[in-house]
Ligand binder design. Structure first.
Ligand code: PLP
Length: 482
C-alpha cells in the first residue's frame, strides 16, 4: 500500500488565545505508545508519526450526541467545519472554514458524498466524486490546504516524499498541486501501476510535482523512502512531511463522511445499519469507529478485505500475523501490516500504552501476535478472493444495474440480505477499465479520466537507490521561504 510517510516538521503549535474558537477548550493529542508529550492539532498534523513511533489520538472526545439534532440539514462543508472545531482548536475559525470550503469545492457532486439506494436494505455511499475519483481525496484535499496555511504562517517550506502503488500518490499529488512552499516527490514502480493511475500522477502540468518511476517493486520504493526518512539531517534540511493514513488529520477528515451519511439515514435506519468498509490499512474503518467514542450510535462495521486477509484472520481468530502480500484485483487494499490497527489496539487495551508497546514490539520482532479473547464489539469481517471479485461486480450489476469498482466489490461479499447495510464505494469503477474489459463487461467511463488521455505525461526515471533519490530531492525541493 501506498505511502509510508513518516515525517516531522517543526511547526509552532501555540497560538494566541484570542484566536481560538469560542466556547471550546483546547484539544490535545497523545501518542498510542505514551512516550511522547501531548501536542496540539497543528503539531500532530505536522509530525504525522509521534516521535516515540506511536500514532496520535485525541486525548478526550467531545459528546456529539447533543449536537446531531441541529446537524441533520448541514451541507458537507458545514458539517465538516462543526466537527473539526472540536479538534483543530489551535486554528483560527476563519482559517479552518476557508481550508474546508476550498477542499470540497473540487468535488464534482453537489452533495459531495451522495447515498445511492440499491434496495430497501442495501445502500451505497459514493466516495469517489473527488478529483482523483477515490475516497482518499476527502482527506488529502484538506491536508493540502492545511499545509498551505501552515507554510504561509511559519515561512518554512516542506517536502512530501512517498511511495505509492497508485491511489495515495494520485490523491496526494492532487491535494498538493500548485501549493506554495510544498514540493512533492512520489515514487512508484515503473510499469506496475495502472495506466490511468500513472496518468493521474504524471499529467498534472504542475511545477511542484515530481513523479519518479523507479526500477523495482513497490516494496523497493517503500523501503527507499523509509531509509530517507531515517536520515535525520536530510529530513530537517528539506522539511519532510507525512501524508499517509498514520496522519491523524486524514482519519478525522474521513470520520466526517460517516457522520454525514449516518445523519442522512434517518432516525429509523441509523440504529440498525451496518457500515461496510473495503479495508487495507484499517484507516478508513477506524475513522468511522472513532465516532462511536463520540456518542454516535452506529450499529456496526463490516471490515471487507480482499485476499490479503490479515484483518479477517485477526478478528476471526485473534491472530495478527504477517504474510506475503499477494497482488490482487483490488490493489489499494494489498496490505499486510494494517498500521492503523494500533489505534484500535490502544482502545482495546484501555489506553495502556505500555501494553501497546509490548504488542507492537513483539509483532515487529516475530511477525505475529496472538490475542487471547480478542473481543471488539461491533466488527464483523469478510474476505473476497480475485476469483470472486469479477463475479461480484457482475452480480451487483445484474441485481441493481449498478457498477462497482473492484475494491467496493469486496464489500458486497456475502452480505446478509435481511440486514441493512451501507457499503462505502471507495473508488469510481472507471479507474479500473482493464478489469472490465478482461471480464467482457461494459467499460465504465468518466469525463475526468477521459481528459487525462489528452495530456502529456511528465515523469522522471530513476534507479531505486536512496542516494540517487536524495540527490534528486535536494536538487528540486524549494528550501527557502517565500
Ligand atoms: C486506499 C484504498 C482502500 C483502503 O483504505 P484503508 O484506509 O487502507 O483501509 C480501499 N479502496 C480504495 C479504492 C483505496 O484507494
Amino acid at each position: 500500500q501506498p505511502g509510508l510517510l513518516i515525517g516531522r516538521l517543526a511547526w509552532a503549535s501555540k497560538f494566541p488565545k484570542d484566536s481560538r474558537l469560542p466556547g471550546i477548550g483546547e484539544m490535545r493529542f497523545v501518542s498510542t505508545r505514551g512516550q511522547s508529550a501531548s501536542v496540539g492539532f497543528s503539531e500532530a498534523v505536522a509530525q504525522g508519526l509521534a516521535p516515540d513511533g506511536g500514532l496520535y489520538l485525541p486525548e478526550n472526545f467531545p459528546d456529539l450526541s447533543e449536537s446531531t439534532d441541529h446537524w441533520e440539514d448541514l451541507s458537507y462543508p458545514d458539517l465538516c467545519f462543526e466537527f473539526f472545531r472540536f479538534f483543530a482548536t489551535d486554528l483560527d475559525a476563519d482559517v479552518l472554514r476557508h481550508a474546508i470550503d476550498r477542499s470540497y469545492s473540487t468535488f464534482s457532486h453537489p452533495q459531495i458524498a451522495p447515498i445511492v439506494e440499491l434496495s430497501e436494505n442495501c445502500k451505497v455511499l459514493e466516495l469517489f466524486h473527488g478529483p482523483t475519483l477515490a475516497f482518499k481525496d476527502f482527506a488529502l484535499q484538506l491536508l493540502g490546504n492545511l499545509y498551505e496555511h501552515q507554510i504561509a504562517r511559519t515561512g518554512k517550506n516542506l517536502t512530501v516524499l512517498g511511495a505509492t502503488s497508485g491511489d495515495t500518490g494520485a490523491a496526494a499529488i492532487s491535494g498538493l498541486i500548485g501549493k506554495r512552499g510544498v514540493t512533492v516527490f512520489i515514487l512508484y514502480p515503473n510499469g506496475k501501476v495502472s495506466a490511468l493511475q500513472e496518468r493521474q500522477m504524471t499529467c498534472t502540468g504542475a511545477g511542484n510535482v515530481f513523479p519518479l518511476a523507479i526500477e523495482g517493486t513497490f516494496d523497493d520504493a517503500q523501503s527507499t523512502v523509509k531509509e530517507l526518512f531515517s536520515d535525520l539531517p536530510f529530513r530537517e534540511a528539506v522539511g519532510l512531511s507525512a501524508v499517509n493514513s498514520i496522519n491523524l488529520a486524514r482519519i478525522l477528515a474521513q470520520s466526517v463522511y460517516y457522520l454525514f451519511a449516518w445523519l442522512r439515514l434517518g432516525s429509523r435506519d441509523r440504529e440498525n445499519t451496518t457500515f461496510v468498509v473495503p479495508t487495507g490499512n484499517f484507516g478508513n474503518v477506524f475513522a468511522g469507529w472513532l465516532l462511536t467514542k463520540m456518542g454516535i450510535a452506529i450499529r456496526g462495521f463490516r471490515v471487507a478485505t480482499n485476499q490479503n486477509d490479515v484483518l479477517h484472520r485477526l478478528f476471526d481468530s485473534g491472530e495478527y500475523s504477517l504474510g506475503e502480500v499477494s497482488p490482487s484485483l483490488a490493489p489499494s487494499m494489498d496490505i499486510q501490516v494494517a498500521s492503523n490497527f494500533e489505534r484500535l489496539l490502544y482502545f482495546i487495551l484501555d489506553g495502556d500504552s505500555a501494553r501497546v508497546r509490548e504488542v507492537m514490539n513483539s509483532f515487529r520482532e516475530e511477525g505475529r501476535y496472538c490475542f487471547e479473547n480478542l473481543a471488539v464489539d461491533g466488527f464483523s469481517t469478510s474476505s473476497a478472493t480475485d476469483s470472486e471479485i469479477p463475479e461480484i461486480i457482475r452480480s451487483v450489476h445484474r441485481e441493481y444495474g449498478y457498477w462497482v469498482d473492484p475494491h467496493t466489490a469486496c464489500g458486497f461479499k456475502d452480505l446478509p440480505p435481511d440486514e441493512k447495510h451501507l457499503v462505502l464505494a471507495t473508488a469510481h469503477p472507471a479507474k479500473f477499465p482493464d478489469l472490465y474489459e478482461k471480464a467482457g463487461m461494459e467499460k465504465p467511463t468518466s469525463p475526468v479520466l477521459q481528459q487525462l488521455l489528452e495530456k502529456t505525461p511528465v515523469k522522471y526515471d530513476s534507479p531505486v537507490s536512496p542516494s540517487a533519490i536524495r540527490a534528486f530531492v535536494e536538487k528540486n525541493s524549494s528550501q527557502t521561504g517565500e
